[in-house]
Design a protein around this ligand. Sequence first.
Ligand SMILES: C[S@@+](CC[C@H](N)C(=O)[O-])C[C@H]1O[C@@H](n2cnc3c(N)ncnc32)[C@H](O)[C@@H]1O
Length: 217
Amino acid sequence: MLLVRPPGVYRAQEDTSLLRHVLRRRGRLSGRSVLDVGSGTGALGIEAFRAGATSLTAIDLSLRSVMASWLNSRIHGISATVRRGDLFAPVAARRFDLVLANPPYVPGVGPLPSRHRAARCWDAGPDGRALLNRICSGVSSVLNEDGALLLVQSTLADEQATLDRLAEAGLVTEVLARAHIPFGPVLRTRVPELRARGLLGPDQTEEELVVIEACHG
Ligand SMILES: C[S@@+](CC[C@H](N)C(=O)[O-])C[C@H]1O[C@@H](n2cnc3c(N)ncnc32)[C@H](O)[C@@H]1O
């Protein structure tokens, strides 16, 4: 997929690909409205459109990502609504058939998510859950009655906590895909600290990605 990516915008990677793969396999998007939250280049929303979605809204906190999502949607012939803002805040009064999320989920080495622009694409607090927890508690308010969330994360950021929190929010969950991938450049720099904290095993060289679906049931 052709994607323009200005500096500081997340390059579509294995997590993006895994969620795109699930989207293609899942189908059933004809006539559906889609929200791509934390859109980056906009790759996920564009894939949803290719799968038949008829309306696309993309949100990102980063201005460069907003610009990239807008430009890429136009390049692919999609008239998407693109908003800059924090998670669901720009669409608080709306509901969607499908919400796509590939949020920052890498456990950080400091106490808070980094303020560095690029690191905001992946840093998510000490346990990697700063954004995941907010998505779990907030997503049901932007889902239609028969809507669904598709979310990708690393199991390093506690897959079970996501499943539990989504259930607490009244949603029924299912794991749709898993993939083992070698550590990327960010994780490689954090191996000693994450091992010391017990988040990585002594010989572990791969992390596991998981795609979770959640709906009202
Ligand atoms: C891992 S990247 C995923 C980008 C794209 N969806 C993909 O799959 O390639 C996470 C994105 O979330 C955005 N982001 C981080 N915090 C956010 C927030 N509070 N609200 C909205 N977007 C946020 C980042 O700017 C980044 O573009």
